[in-house]
Design a protein around this ligand. Structure first.
Ligand code: GDP
Ligand code: IMO
Ligand code: MG
Length: 438
């Protein structure tokens, strides 16, 4: 019966794909509920590196059924590319196990062009979007003129509606932005052909999730992006246009809260952000470079989707407590603890300072964090390589103390500790209770 939600507790790229892969071993259904191909989730299995943008990370396990929910915006072209890529890697991506909600919205070439045009017009004040057309597609949805995936059931009529959308958006692109618009006839031909291929994947995902829960199956809802990128709850306007938080899972899958069991927040052992916006614990210089890595390893801090270097900083305990509150987190998974090896001392942000006043929690939403100076606590670092650690006892005492400090600050048990990108590089801890600050 249970529904478990995996949600990013920071600004995205926390390792949600890797944790989803781990928990998918015990789930029958894995479902993405929000966002689109702005997401980039990595799963490492031995020599194979899977990068998922739209398809749930659970697809890597052959026993799962995988759904893309109605809260998503889907570019049919990149979806087909992803299906073909996975197929070439030997993954079964047939419509028997992969379903796309008829309620998901379609991203067109015009949405992509508008995303780029709007960024360019912000001239120096860009949001740093992924330029995948995400904002414009959700704008059309909210304006009630969007194209829903269910339209692909009739490819010829869908193609005509795509042409109309591209034509209308094209007028904006030409008249407002002075840019060349995508060709409506070309878009219609392409999208008509894509619809022919995607038609068998269409389903009422809400009903399928309901049936799975009724049948006693475990449904794992895989979040994209992160709490602080939520349209309402994040660092607005430096956010994405959807709801990556736990409430977004219910709406995005079309399921109620009754069967909710766990809400697992995934957080890195430090903080990263890609794109613009406030970041109180951001670091410049040698420590930031060290956290980011050089780009030679797949896990170095360069965007999976855009290749952009990620901004890096110390772990922010204030934001972790905030993520716990707004998502109703039941537990944490901490990833990339191995990356902190060799840094001494380590710092964690306990509170914010503003005009001589200390705030242990956000005084006024997460929208504007730019005024705050972090109050840090220093903790001793460690030198040992953590890649071989598989049990709590394998961690050096300083690493244990660091994790325990996260538990005390967040009020949440840290049930999973990831010490490397590989499936088995994980420490799973027993069920433990921690005093909640709420
Ligand atoms: P997601 O968007 O939240 O799924 O995260 P990404 O896949 O964009 O970024 C996380 C990166 O860190 C990926 O390359 C993962 O393989 C890698 N990763 C995840 N957990 C760990 C870990 O514990 N240690 C190391 N070194 N890499 C990790
Ligand atoms: P995953 O699922 C990190 C960021 C962009 C930008 C802002 C708005 O891999 O964690 P958008 O294209 O959504 O309109 O961009 O959101 N962003 C992400 N950052 N990880 C992601 O996904 C992101 N998806 C969007 O960088 O700052
Ligand atoms: Mg990512």
């Amino acid at each position: 019966m249970p529904l478990d939600i995996i949600v990013g507790a920071q600004w995205g790229d926390e390792g949600k794909g890797r944790i989803t892969d781990l928990l998918a071993a015990e789930a029958q259904v894995v479902a993405r509920y929000s966002g689109g191909d702005n997401a980039g989730h990595t799963v490492t299995v031995g020599e194979q590196l899977f990068q998922l943008h739209l398809i749930p990370s659970g697809i890597v396990h052959p026993h799962t059924r995988c759904f893309m929910g109605g809260g998503m915006v889907v570019n049919p072209e990149t979806l087909i590319q992803e299906i073909d890529r996975l197929d070439a890697l030997g993954v079964d991506v047939s419509p028997k196990r992969l379903k796309l909600s008829t309620a998901a919205h379609i991203v067109t070439p015009a949405h992509r062009a508008l995303d780029g045009a709007e960024e360019a017009r912000r001239g120096g004040r860009e949001l740093g979007t992924t330029r995948r057309g995400i904002g414009p597609a959700y704008t059309d949805k909210a304006a009630r003129r969007g194209l829903r995936a269910g339209l692909m059931r009739d490819p010829a009529s869908f193609a005509r509606q795509v042409a109309q959308q591209v034509q209308a958006a094209g007028e904006m692109l030409e008249k407002v932005y002075g840019l060349q618009a995508p060709d409506p006839a070309e878009a219609a031909e392409l999208y008509g052909a894509l619809a022919e291929r995607l038609r068998p994947y269409l389903a009422d995902v809400g009903a399928l999730v309901g049936q799975a829960l009724q049948a006693g199956e475990t449904v794992l809802a895989e979040g994209a992006q992160g709490t602080l990128l939520d349209l309402d709850l994040g660092t607005y306007p430096y956010v994405t246009s959807s709801h990556p938080t736990a409430p977004g899972a219910l709406l995005g899958l079309g399921v109620g809260a009754r069967q909710l069991r766990r809400v697992l927040g995934v957080a890195k052992a430090f903080q990263t952000r890609v794109g613009a916006g406030p970041f109180p614990t951001e670091l410049q210089g040698a420590i930031a470079d060290r956290l980011r890595g050089t780009g030679e390893h797949p896990w170095d801090e360069f965007g999976t989707t855009t290749g952009r270097p990620r901004r890096c900083g110390w772990l922010d305990g204030v934001l972790l407590r905030y993520a716990s509150r707004v998502n109703g987190l039941t537990e944490l998974a901490i990833t990339k603890l191995d990356i902190l090896t060799g840094l001494d001392p380590l710092r964690i942000c306990l509170a914010y300072q503003q005009d001589g006043e200390r705030h242990n929690d956000l005084p006024d939403s997460a929208a504007d964090l730019s005024e705050f100076t972090p109050v840090y606590e220093d903790l001793p670092g460690w030198q040992a390589d953590l890649w071989q650690a598989r049990r709590w006892e394998d961690l050096p005492p300083q690493a244990q103390a660091y994790v325990e400090r996260i538990e005390a600050l967040s009020g949440l048990p840290v049930r999973l500790i990831s010490v490397g990108p590989e499936r088995e590089q994980i420490i799973q801890r027993d069920t433990r209770e921690v005093d909640s600050p709420y």
